[in-house]
Every structure is written in structure tokens, then in C-alpha cells.
Write a protein that binds this ligand. Structure first.
Ligand code: ADP
Length: 482
């Protein structure tokens, strides 16, 4: 079954609760009225019995049965409370018996056998509904049974009139409950409606709008706050996508413009030597290589963002990884006139990681070290192991990074200074990628750097005990220019 809308459900709940409370109140009122009427009637009957007892006592211990009969008849035949009255003494003599009691034929019972609190009995007589109390009394040393009754018609009429009025009020209570329920549900849902109205306005062009937060600290203000926090995350996500697109376009524009200029110049000149054409082609090739690198980086980051870039973890020989990477960079370092040292641990150590990913990370760091270190400087790639922690470090004696740039160099497209370094290169994506690889390995890429002295990038991984298939010899060697 399709669930009802929340406003209708709230209305029905309010209505049901309001109506249930109304019915409960009416029934309890009716019941309490009935009980207090009963208590009043009992009390009234008891007072009548006490009147009879008082009278018998006033007549004294020596009054004969006949005189008692005469006196009670004088008093009660004309009194209303004598209509349902009969008095029997302990010897079975009727002291008084009203016409109505004779007609009913009720017998009060022997005084000695009656319970001290008396007994109640109800009976119909004609149109009357009578409640009678039979009570044992003592007067002047003699015991009597007094039975006195009361027509309940008045209290019954009162009770039924009250019940009828309550019953007639029921539809009014229900209507009131429905209207009240509707009003209350509207009031309760008003802040939600306000949030919905504001949320409907938000689109990708005005993500800076925030939802209203009610001043009361309740679930609704919690909801607004949570949605606002979500909007903040969405806004920053969209902003970074826009920045990424704008930066990527900007970065691609430069090499493309250079290629275009180069080609246009080559075409505009009528007679050019083969050497000049070769030079132009070399420039075009250089820029194409740069563009390919940039596009590779962009693709990799796009895959990272979409979650498609996954790492395959395995047990890796740390020395083997470092030595292999070092071998690849040996020639470039020598060509750049840099001393290149590779340090390994004396004992074999293993880490859990993605071999390609870690190689890529080290490659990014070594590439930067190569480009930001002046000829004659040195680059150190080393792996050490301490307290079950394997630390990979790439240190150089290059230009260094000023403190204000040290956290920002890990941001995408961030470059300290385009004109610094050996060549104009890179789009500022390398360290962003390196940081992502480190994070995926559960570690952080940290940087220590002093301007003019050099930089050192490092990350630590937990040592694992499982040995990989490939065997490695633990050693230390340097790849120096000399
Ligand atoms: P790029 O491709 O420009 O090198 P990176 O993300 O790898 O991009 O580096 C960002 C910036 O950090 C570089 O432009 C450079 O200014 C600075 N940087 C990175 N590594 C070093 C280093 N070893 N020495 C000095 N500066 C560095």
C-alpha cells in the first residue's frame, strides 16, 4: 500500500490522539459523576437510618412496641423519607412499615444477622428505580433492622442527560481534533516547507546559497545544518572540477600555441635550410612530449577522481624497488651533472604496496629533484628501516621550497615559480599524484625543505614479513658522476 503523505499522517495522528483524549475525559467524567452520585445516595440512606435510631432513642427504653409504632407512624407517614421505610425489632415486631415497602414485600432480615455496614439492594417499582439500604441499629439496648429506600430516578435522569450531552459533543470534538491536527501538522512542517522552497532554488550556478537554520536547536535545525554542510562539500567539489578544467585548458593552451607559432613561422618562410626545419620539428616534438605528459597526468587524476584508478597490493622487496628505480634514473642524473646516491638497508625488508604505484611516486620525486637541483648538486634516494617502519626518502641539494609554499606544492596545478628550475616544465600535477599514491598506501608524503639548501620528501610504510618471489641482495651503492 502506498504510504500516506507525512502531513496527512500527522493530521490523522493528532486527530486520533485528540479524539482519544476527549473520549477518555468524557468517559472518566461520566464514571466519576456516577460514583459520586452513588456515594451521595448511600450517605443519604445512612442519614435516614440515623434519624430513625435517634428517634427510637428519644422515645426511651420503656416505650412499648405499640407506642413506638404510633410515634413512627405519626412522623413518617407524612414525611417523604418514610415512603420507602420499614423498621423491624429483634423480636420480629414491625415498628413501622410503609405502604410501598409492603407492596414490594421486601424483608429486612433479623438485626443480629446483618453485616455492620448494612446491605444494599436495588429494585423496580412501577416507573421507579429504588435503591434500598438495610442497616442494623441499636437503641435503648434493643436491636432493630432499618430498611430505607430512595428513588433513583432523579440521579438517573441527571446521569443519562450528562451522557447524552457528552455523546452529542463527540462529533464536535472530532471536527475540532481534525482541524487542530491539520493546523498543528502545518505548523510543525512549516520549517521543512521553508527548507524545501529554498532548496528548490539551488542549482549548479548558485551553490553558495545556504538553507535557513531555525534558531531553535532541534531536529529541523540539525537537518538544515547537515544539508548546508553537504552543500559546502558539493560546492567545493564543483569548484575544484571547474578549477581543474580551467587549469587543464590553460596548461594545454601554452604548448599548443607554441606548436602553432613554430609551424606558422616555418611555413611563412620561403627558403629555409634543412637544419632550420629540423630545429622547428624538434621544438614541435618537445612541446608534443610535454603535452603528452600533461595529458597522461590529467587522465590519471581523472581516473583517481572517478575511483577507477585502483592499486594492487602485494608484498614488495623495498631494496629491489629502490634499486630498480635508481637504475632507471642513473643516466639522467649523470647527464644533468648530479651526484646520485642510492642507499639500501643492510637486511632485506618487505612492504605491502602497489609496485607500479610506488615506482611512480619515487619517479615523480626523482624527476623533481633532477629538475630543481643545479648541476654539481646531489640527489639521494634511500630506504631505511627502523622499528618495523620502512622509510623511503628522496633528498636533493637543490633550490628548496619556501615555507609558505610547502603545503601548497601538493595542490593540483600549483607551481612555486614557473621560471625557476632547470627548464620550464611540469604543470604542477606530479606531487598531487604522489600524495594520492601515498595516501592510498595509508601513509603521508612529508616534506622538509630549506630555500637554497635543498628538499627532502619521505614516506613510511609498515614492514611485512612475507618475502616476495624475486630475491634481492641488500647492499648500498652510489651512482656518482666521477
Ligand atoms: P611540477 O610538474 O611542476 O614539478 P609538482 O607537483 O611535481 O609539479 O611540483 C609542484 C611544485 O613544487 C613545482 O612546480 C616546484 O615549484 C616545487 N617542487 C617540487 N619538488 C621540488 C624540489 N625537489 N625542489 C624544489 N621545488 C620543488
Amino acid at each position: 500500500m502506498k504510504p500516506l503523505p507525512i502531513r496527512l499522517r500527522l493530521t490523522l495522528w493528532y486527530c486520533a490522539m485528540f479524539a482519544a483524549a476527549g473520549v477518555l475525559l468524557s468517559v472518566s467524567n461520566w464514571w466519576m459523576l456516577k460514583r459520586s452520585l452513588k456515594a451521595t445516595e448511600y450517605h443519604e440512606l445512612q442519614e435516614r437510618v440515623e434519624d430513625v435510631q435517634l428517634l427510637l432513642m428519644q422515645l426511651g427504653p420503656h416505650a412499648s412496641v405499640e407506642s413506638l409504632q404510633q410515634r413512627l407512624a405519626e412522623i413518617y407517614q407524612i414525611k417523604d423519607d418514610g415512603k420507602y421505610l420499614q423498621v423491624l425489632d429483634q423480636d420480629g415486631n414491625w415498628i413501622y412499615r410503609s405502604r410501598r415497602m409492603i407492596d414490594e414485600g421486601l424483608l429486612p432480615g433479623v438485626p443480629g444477622l446483618l453485616p455492620p455496614e448494612g446491605t444494599l439492594v436495588e429494585f423496580h417499582q412501577g416507573t421507579r428505580f429504588v435503591l434500598a439500604l438495610t442497616y442494623p441499629i441499636h437503641a435503648n439496648g434493643r436491636a432493630y433492622s432499618v430498611q430505607t429506600g430512595l428513588a433513583l430516578n432523579k440521579s438517573m435522569v441527571l446521569l443519562s442527560a450528562f451522557g447524552q450531552k457528552l455523546f452529542l459533543l463527540t462529533p464536535a470534538v472530532l471536527i475540532l481534533a481534525a482541524v487542530g491536527g491539520h493546523f498543528m501538522s502545518r505548523k510543525a512542517l512549516a520549517p521543512v516547507a521553508a527548507i524545501a522552497t529554498e532548496a528548490r532554488r539551488i542549482n549548479d550556478r548558485n551553490l553558495d546559497i545556504r538553507l535557513p537554520i531555525s534558531p531553535t536547536k532541534d531536529e529541523i535545525s540539525d537537518l538544515s545544518q547537515t544539508l548546508n554542510q553537504m552543500l559546502e562539500r558539493v560546492e567545493s567539489g564543483v569548484r575544484s572540477i571547474r578549477d581543474f578544467t580551467a587549469n587543464a585548458a590553460h596548461e594545454l593552451r601554452t604548448p599548443l600555441a607554441l606548436i602553432r607559432t613554430e609551424v606558422e613561422v616555418a611555413l611563412s618562410m620561403t627558403s629555409r635550410s634543412a637544419e632550420e626545419y629540423r630545429e622547428a620539428c624538434q621544438h614541435v616534438q618537445l612541446e608534443s612530449v610535454r603535452m603528452t605528459g600533461l595529458i597522461d597526468g590529467l587522465l590519471m587524476l581523472a581516473r583517481v577522481d572517478s575511483g577507477n584508478e585502483t592499486l594492487r597490493f602485494e608484498s614488495i622487496d623495498a631494496n629491489h624497488l629502490v634499486r630498480q628505480t635508481g637504475e632507471k634514473w642513473k643516466t639522467s642524473m649523470l647527464q644533468a651533472l648530479l651526484d646520485f646516491y642510492v642507499e639500501l638497508t643492510p637486511e632485506p625488508v618487505f612492504v605491502s604496496g602497489d609496485s607500479d604505484g610506488l615506482q611512480r611516486l619515487l619517479t615523480i620525486l626523482l624527476d623533481n629533484a633532477l629538475h630543481y637541483t643545479q648541476p654539481g648538486g646531489s640527489v639521494n634516494l634511500c630506504v631505511t628501516c627502523e622499528d618495523n617502519r620502512v622509510l623511503f626518502t628522496v633528498a636533493d641539494t637543490g633550490i628548496g621550497i619556501a615555507p609558505e609554499h610547502q603545503t601548497r606544492v601538493f595542490d593540483r596545478f600549483y607551481r612555486v615559480d614557473r621560471t625557476r628550475g632547470r627548464t620550464f616544465r611540469g604543470a604542477g600535477l606530479g606531487l598531487a599524484l604522489a600524495r594520492w599514491i601515498a595516501e592510498k598506501h595509508g601513509t603521508t608524503l612529508s616534506l622538509k625543505s630549506t630555500v637554497g639548501e635543498g628538499s627532502s620528501f619521505s614516506f613510511g610504510l609498515c614492514a611485512v614479513s612475507t618475502a616476495p618471489q624475486s630475491n634481492s641482495e641488500a647492499t648500498e651503492y652510489s651512482l656518482s658522476r666521477s
